[in-house]
Ligand binder design. Structure first.
Ligand SMILES: Cc1cc2nc3c(=O)[nH]c(=O)nc-3n(C[C@H](O)[C@H](O)[C@H](O)COP(=O)(O)OP(=O)(O)OC[C@H]3O[C@@H](n4cnc5c(N)ncnc54)[C@H](O)[C@@H]3O)c2cc1C
Length: 194
């Protein structure tokens, strides 16, 4: 429609394979016939975001699992001081903590999926899922990269790419902080947004 443009955002260092555009609406007139049927205010579009966030939480769990699996394999094959680095206690601590947190995330998402099927999933649950799984994905990518040492920055492996992409996922679909505020309000009954 006249007044709408979508100039591409240049210079992204995250999610580089996809194009991202700024959406500009300059005196755009939208006819009433284009209204979403039965949607009132922003609740219509926002309810779509809730579905997207639920999917994002699962996706970031998959990313965390990929990072963990890559780091485990690498640590079993890479030998330093005559031992695979997987034999060092500090490496094992990193792997054990990731494995445990990924399991926690999977159990949470399985339960939330069941609640979604039965119609009992609230948007606050989705905030918790998006917040927890994104933080885990980011941490998993960074920890995996550290286990891979210098190899971790190479495109031959996935953890660095995942780490860069997670920086976007941490921010979009509700920033990490905003989901914390949603949960903070739910728990305390006090609005910390402003
Ligand atoms: C790759 C990519 C794709 C995107 N795709 C879309 C899309 O398809 N559709 C769309 O609508 N948007 C999209 N976004 C935009 C994204 O939703 C916003 O970047 C995000 O909501 C943060 O807004 P902002 O960048 O203006 O940061 P700001 O609002 O300026 O926030 C900056 C920092 O301040 C914090 N902050 C802000 N307000 C508060 C507060 N009240 N209390 C505490 N902390 C606060 C934020 O959490 C953040 O850490 C995309 C972003 C990226 C990076």
């Amino acid at each position: 429609m006249p007044g709408f443009s979508a100039p591409e955002i240049e210079g992204k260092l995250s999610l580089r394979a996809s194009r991202t555009s700024e959406l500009v609406l300059d005196k755009v007139n939208v006819p009433d016939s284009n209204r979403l049927p039965e949607a009132k205010g922003l609740s219509g579009p926002l309810s779509c975001l809730n579905q997207a966030r639920f999917g994002i939480a699962w996706g970031t769990l998959g990313l965390a699992t990929d990072c963990y699996a890559e780091a485990l394999k690498y640590s079993q094959e890479r030998v330093q001081f005559d031992k695979p680095i997987a034999q060092f206690q500090l490496t094992q601590k990193k792997l054990v903590e990731l494995h445990t947190d990924i399991s926690l995330g999977q159990i949470m998402m399985l339960q939330f999926g069941r609640m979604k099927e039965s119609g009992n999933l609230r948007h606050q649950h989705v905030s918790m899922a998006k917040m927890f799984c994104c933080e885990l994905g980011l941490r998993a990518a960074r920890v995996a990269r550290s286990i891979l040492g210098g190899s971790g920055i190479l495109a031959d492996f996935h953890c660095m790419r995942h780490s860069q992409n997670m920086e976007s996922v941490f921010t979009y679909e509700g920033t990490h902080e905003v989901h914390e505020l949603i949960l903070g309000r739910e728990i305390t009954g006090l609005d910390g947004f402003s």
